[in-house]
Design a protein around this ligand. Structure first.
Ligand SMILES: Cc1cc2nc3c(=O)[nH]c(=O)nc-3n(C[C@H](O)[C@H](O)[C@H](O)COP(=O)(O)OP(=O)(O)OC[C@H]3O[C@@H](n4cnc5c(N)ncnc54)[C@H](O)[C@@H]3O)c2cc1C
Length: 460
């Protein structure tokens, strides 16, 4: 059997290597540390958690709790190590990061079918199956190779995230629906500003506190994703010629073109949340809320996500990836982890597990069926492979990514927690059916589910 190459011994790479090896496929895992460090990792361990020691909520009523439960049921090595290294963290799964990384390192290094090489992968090997899971801080040499393979327009080095607002908290008395020049129906919500409102907003923005950049983030921004505070610094009217331009829009209440406009684009087909178009920024969170609430219609807005800009290497997944996480253009190359356009520790583990499983299926000549759309695993992969490639931004798992349940009793439909509980029950039932499909053909190589299902408390 061919040996599969896994580049990157982080969260996704370690999980994928284990998944492949457990299913009988030999693996060579390349990890460049300690010979070549990254600006964030501190040790030579595999699966080092670079920042927080929290893997977020463990509660089954939360999207992150559901994803973790699915990973446990799928036999994830990293979830098993995390549960074993848990420290008190309230509803969250917090871990002793040293014990966690030590346990993963020991398991991977001692697996008879995994060879760990402490070397940087500088070129993408041709003619052999390879998984690239080198994370947000992928080395420059490999990033250049990836750029060659995927096209420079499809590889990002910075995440510039616009805020997302809860639709239920918008003041629609101040907002009007329209697309610029009437093209595209009434998809956008528009927050019109008078000259005075713009002046107040501009002055508040100019004096707002920004987040200090890390040493490795201290680079020039791409012109196409400049933060609003940087645009404001360039001149009083720069925003009015950029993300706040009013051209092609008429406020039906005045019959006139507003002085400036903030546009909101729907985040989902339920129109339950909206993205502030072009409003990526690096402001401190409390400052950001204060300033964004100066926008007409957003006076009482609740934000589901705030703007951020940070170092992150990731591909434009919906333009490039198939549902088994291989590249459409080069199917021998698979991508997982943060590089595949997901965000967060558990999401990286999830894509590592799925890419490992898909590669094992390929090597064992069986068909890989992606997890059902109704599961958190399936929804995550569906998002990264089907989102709009023109505005692609990495995502954490969220209930918004899962399809709603149709035909619920009104009392259940109105109760957010009850709705989510139903979504979790459906997800876990559908996941068990899926296991029957993917485990069946793979059981010939001794694949047995490892790790049992865990009991969870309901709630957030
Ligand atoms: C500074 C920072 C802080 C973060 N904090 C959090 C947080 O608190 N919570 C959260 O949920 N997410 C956080 N993230 C996001 C993300 O979840 C983590 O970065 C996560 O570890 C990514 O998993 P991964 O497997 O994709 O990559 P990593 O875990 O980073 O693993 C990639 C591995 O590849 C190696 N590598 C890189 N290039 C090469 C090469 N050419 N050859 C061989 N090896 C290579 C690296 O040394 C690394 O070990 C953070 C990201 C960053 C950059």
């Amino acid at each position: 059997m061919r040996t599969v190459i896994v580049a990157g011994g982080g969260l996704a790479g370690s999980e994928a290597a284990w998944e492949l090896a457990e299913r009988g496929v030999p693996v060579t895992l390349y990890e460049m540390r300690p010979a070549r460090p990254t600006p964030a990792h501190k040790t030579d361990r595999l699966a080092e958690l670079v920042c927080s020691n929290s893997l977020k909520s463990n509660a089954l009523g939360s999207a992150s709790g559901l994803l973790k439960e699915e990973l446990r049921r799928a036999g994830s090595l990293l979830l098993r190590c995390a549960d074993a290294a848990a420290v008190p963290g309230g509803a969250a799964l917090a871990v002793d990061r040293e014990r966690f990384a030590a346990a993963v390192t020991a398991a991977v290094e001692s697996h008879p079918r995994i060879e760990v090489r402490r070397e940087e992968v500088r070129e993408i090997p041709a003619g052999t199956p390879v998984l690239i899971a080198t994370g947000p801080l992928t080395s420059d040499a490999l990033a250049a190779q990836l750029q060659k393979l995927t096209g420079s327009e499809n590889l990002a080095f910075y995440d510039s995230i616009s805020p997302i607002v809860d639709a239920a908290t918008l003041n629609m008395d101040r907002i009007f629906r329209a697309s610029r020049y009437g093209k595209g129906g009434e998809d956008y919500l528009n927050c019109p500003m008078t000259e005075e409102e713009y002046r107040v907003f501009y002055q508040a923005l100019m004096s707002a506190e920004t987040v200090p950049a890390h040493e490795f983030e201290d680079v020039k921004y791409f012109e196409s994703c400049l933060p609003i505070e940087e645009l404001a610094r360039r001149g009083y009217d720069t925003l009015r010629f950029g993300p706040m331009k009013p051209v092609g829009l008429t406020d039906p209440r005045t019959g006139k073109r507003p002085y400036a406009v903030v546009q909101l684009r729907p985040e989902n087909l339920r129109f339950s949340s909206y993205n502030l178009v072009g409003f990526q920024n690096h402001l401190k969170f409390p400052e950001q809320k204060r300033i964004l609430r100066l926008i007409p219609g957003l006076e009482s807005a609740e934000f589901l996500r705030l703007g951020q800009i940070h170092r992150n290497t990731y591909i434009n997944a919906p333009a490039l990836l198939q549902s088994d996480l291989s590249l459409r253009s080069t199917p021998e190359v698979f991508i997982a982890g943060q590089l595949s356009g997901v965000e967060g520790y558990v999401e990286c583990i999830a894509t590592g597990l799925l890419a490992g499983l898909a590669m094992a299926c390929r090597e064992l000549e069986s068909t890989f069926t992606p997890p059902p759309r109704t599961t958190a695993l399936g929804s995550l992969v569906h998002y990264i492979t089907h989102a709009d490639p023109r505005h692609y931004q990495p995502a954490n798992i969220a209930f918004d990514l899962l399809p709603p349940i149709e035909g619920l009793l009104r009392s259940v439909a109105r109760d957010r927690q009850a709705r989510r509980t139903r979504q979790c029950e459906r997800a876990l039932a559908d996941l068990d059916t899926w296991f029957g499909m993917v485990r069946g053909p793979l059981s010939v190589v001794g694949c047995t589910p490892s790790g049992g299902a865990t009991q969870f408390t309901a709630g957030n």
